[in-house]
Design a protein around this ligand. Structure first.
Ligand code: HAM
Length: 425
């Protein structure tokens, strides 16, 4: 579980803002959900025989003797919330964000507390909404300048068509039992499709030879997949059909997909999702088609960091205050600059200090300019402006004109001031 320190948060904010702006453009509404749910919610939705439920959940008994679990993902809680609050009566386009918890073996790109932004839609049965989700992802990647992400896609069919496939797969795997590793033998009993997802290179040959799920699709699922591919083709989204993509959570049917990159080593999936038409009913709601995806924010931030695209913006100006009256005059000046120049990042010196110390602080803050207000300046009604990053001679500017000067020097475009202007007595 990581602290996200101040030098890293600008990258996070940039990613979160880009995602939210895209979701707004598609008409999605935010839902905020608890971090804790009843343990049973996750075992019933994600599936008893999955890595998450078998070995990764943070589960404890509370003072009432109820078994609770820190959410390992967001879909289950979102489904519970829409059922409980009667939201499944009409179609819903929802998103949520926040931390998720899985007791995995930590490594690069894989943490025990990590963050997702997830999308879930309810009441929309067609491939059009699956396509919309993929288009949203593609737009987020473009907004962030990520051009190396590849889309892998599969259809798991319906539970009925999957049952036929499952029987043949079990038959095939059973004849190769001696070549299966321990994990796969265990999965063969409880959740044979998960054998296809094995990361063990020695299993590759067996898996390559296995029957392919796509060859077992029922007509409706085939039509659904074709409908999705038609929209992706028409909108220029590239994809690879991967018949071995099965996902690690049991609630999916038909469409499943992952966005992957080769740039992050073993943890290359940055976003994943699909359709889960049976889950709302399974958890006690009325039959409601549903689909969604979740983006792993740590992995997106890591990709941007690898590109060096994330320098934190320092303040525009640091206000140096020397002399007895400077605290009061400085507060007045700083507030009026923040009123006048929406978007300005202005740090006022606090805690005194000599002129030299304060200029050093100004430099360390990363500010572009130092604004110096000392006794002589206050007497003359001026501010001294020192450029900290460019060879520009220091100059004095009348207090009334400082705002104008800064707007010019910093290229501030005058958006509305945060909080609106101060009322002054
Ligand atoms: P998931 O594939 O388990 O799906 O997780 C989605 C994404 O979260 C992964 O692709 C990855 O980027 C990120 N992620 C997962 N585990 C970790 C970890 N330990 N450390 C860092 N990042 C991680 C779900 O959670 C589904 N709820 C997605 C969904 C929403 N399907 C339908 N609606």
């Amino acid at each position: 579980m990581n602290d996200i320190l101040p030098d890293a948060t600008p990258a996070w904010q940039r990613v979160e803002q880009a995602i939210q702006a895209v979701l707004q453009a598609y008409g999605y509404a935010e839902i905020r959900l608890p971090l804790l749910e009843r343990t049973e919610l996750f075992s019933r939705s994600i599936g008893e025989v999955t890595d998450i439920v078998e070995k990764e959940m943070y589960t404890f008994t509370d003072r009432n003797g109820d078994s609770l679990t820190l959410r390992p993902e967001g879909t289950a809680g979102c489904v519970r919330a829409v059922i409980e609050n009667g939201l499944v009566r009409s179609e819903q386009r929802l998103w949520y964000g926040g931390p998720m918890f899985r007791h995995e073996r930590p490594q690069k790109g894989r943490y025990r507390q990590f963050h997702q932004v997830g999308v879930e839609t309810f009441g929309l049965p067609g491939p059009d909404i699956d396509a919309e989700h993929i288009l949203i992802c593609a737009r987020v990647w473009r907004a962030l300048g990520l051009d190396s992400l590849k889309l892998e896609l599969n259809s798991l069919g319906t539970p009925a068509s999957r049952a036929a496939y499952r029987a043949d797969l079990v038959g095939y795997l059973a004849t190769h039992r001696e070549r299966l590793d321990d994990d796969s033998r265990r999965r063969l009993e409880g959740n044979p499709l998960r054998v296809l997802d094995s990361k063990n290179p020695e299993m590759r040959a067996v898996i390559e030879g296995a029957p392919r799920l796509l060859d077992y699709l029922d007509d409706e699922s085939r039509g659904h997949l074709d409908g999705l591919l038609a929209v992706l083709d028409a909108t220029g989204i590239e994809y690879t059909l991967n018949p071995r993509l099965v996902r690690g959570l049991d609630y999916y049917e038909r469409t499943v997909y992952e966005w992957v990159t080769a740039e992050l080593g073993a943890q290359g999936t940055v976003c994943a999702g699909g359709r889960y038409d049976g889950l709302v009913e399974h958890l006690g709601g009325k039959t409601t088609p549903a689909a969604g995806f979740a983006i792993g924010l740590e992995r997106i931030v890591a990709l941007l960091e690898a590109r060096g695209a994330l320098a934190a913006a320092g303040p525009h100006a640091y206000l140096v205050l020397a002399g007895a009256q400077a605290t009061v005059e400085g507060a007045r000046l700083a507030e009026s600059l923040r009123d006048e120049l929406g978007g300005i990042r202005l740090v006022s010196n606090c805690g005194g200090g000599s002129l030299k110390t304060q200029i050093k602080r100004a430099d360390r803050s990363g500010a572009t300019l130092a604004l110096i207000l000392a006794e002589a300046e206050i007497e003359r009604g001026e501010v001294a402006v020192k450029h900290l990053r460019a060879e520009v001679p220091q100059r004095s500017v009348p207090i009334a004109e400082v705002g104008h000067y800064l707007a010019q020097a910093l290229g501030l475009t005058g958006t509305e001031a945060v909080g609106g202007p101060m009322r002054r007595g």
